[in-house]
Design a protein around this ligand. Structure first.
Ligand SMILES: [Zn+2]
Length: 257
């Protein structure tokens, strides 16, 4: 046994069923046909946080359901939608503070930043903006295949059912720096842009450019989940984004001075 196995076993013995909440980062999720359920396998890179706090629990519950709808654990969680979870986020950060905290703090956290969208490639080719994913496990697939290619997909033996989703990379910038390559995906992307994938694909090139300029270099109120990457950089997942209210920005800016 590896040391992380021993640590994980000791940890699991202290958990209270249906009460303890675990936030697990970098675990391998797979379908265990012997136990007939989804299982998580830990390794040396896995980070387990016990009872990470109420706000974070709510939001991760949402992300968890959204990304892996077949996991049985999700059925015990009562979250109606992402906006409820977003409502519980109130801490405002500059981009530099977000990066610093993500690098220094072992615990995941969420924050609001009043930043500009400095990169939004809406007018590049459609295939870069819209992806086809398996509707069961959200794995990226091509439509011409019969079954999902994800070996851990819970519906791998069934006919492939796909959904087309936004899969955008955006950079966010304020006076302290830039957080590069943040993910803006469905369903947050639909809410942000105010259009469905279908509506977006029917836009003309000019329409897409106009949509891009509605956000590009505008100050937005962005709810973000930053996390440290292996090689030192910071990536961000956008949970909500909208053009910022000028009054709110003024209040924020005057608090900085
Ligand atoms: Zn799948």
């Amino acid at each position: 046994t590896h040391s992380w196995d021993r640590e994980a076993i000791q940890l699991i013995q202290t958990l209270i069923p249906k009460e303890t909440v675990l936030f697990i980062a970098d675990a391998k999720i797979g379908f265990d046909s012997f136990r007939n359920c989804m299982t998580a396998t830990v390794n040396s890179k896995t980070i387990i946080t016990v009872n990470p706090g109420k706000d974070i629990t709510a939001i991760f519950s949402y992300i968890y359901i959204f990304r892996t709808p077949k996991l049985t654990l999700a059925t015990d969680i009562s979250m109606c939608c992402c906006c409820c979870a977003v409502d519980s986020i109130s801490d405002v950060y500059t981009v530099r503070e977000l990066k610093q905290k993500a690098q220094e703090s072992p615990e995941a956290f969420f924050g609001i930043t009043y930043s500009f969208i400095s990169r939004l490639d809406l007018d590049s080719s459609l295939s870069k903006v819209i992806k086809t994913r398996c509707s069961r496990c959200k794995y990226q697939v091509t439509e011409d295949i019969q079954n999902c290619t994800n070996p851990s997909c819970p519906g791998r033996d069934q006919a492939l059912s796909v959904s087309t989703v936004f899969d955008l990379w955006v950079d966010i910038t304020d006076h302290t720096g830039t957080l590069q390559a943040c993910t803006l995906r469905s369903p947050v992307a639909e809410k942000t842009l105010g259009c469905t994938v279908e509506e977006f694909t029917s836009l003309t090139e000019n329409g897409r450019t106009a949509l891009r300029w509605k956000f590009l270099l505008e100050r937005c109120k962005i709810y973000v989940l930053p996390s440290a990457k292996l090689r030192g950089g910071i990536k961000g997942t956008i949970l909500a984004c909208a053009l910022a209210d000028p009054g709110e920005v003024k209040q924020y800016m005057s608090a900085l001075l």
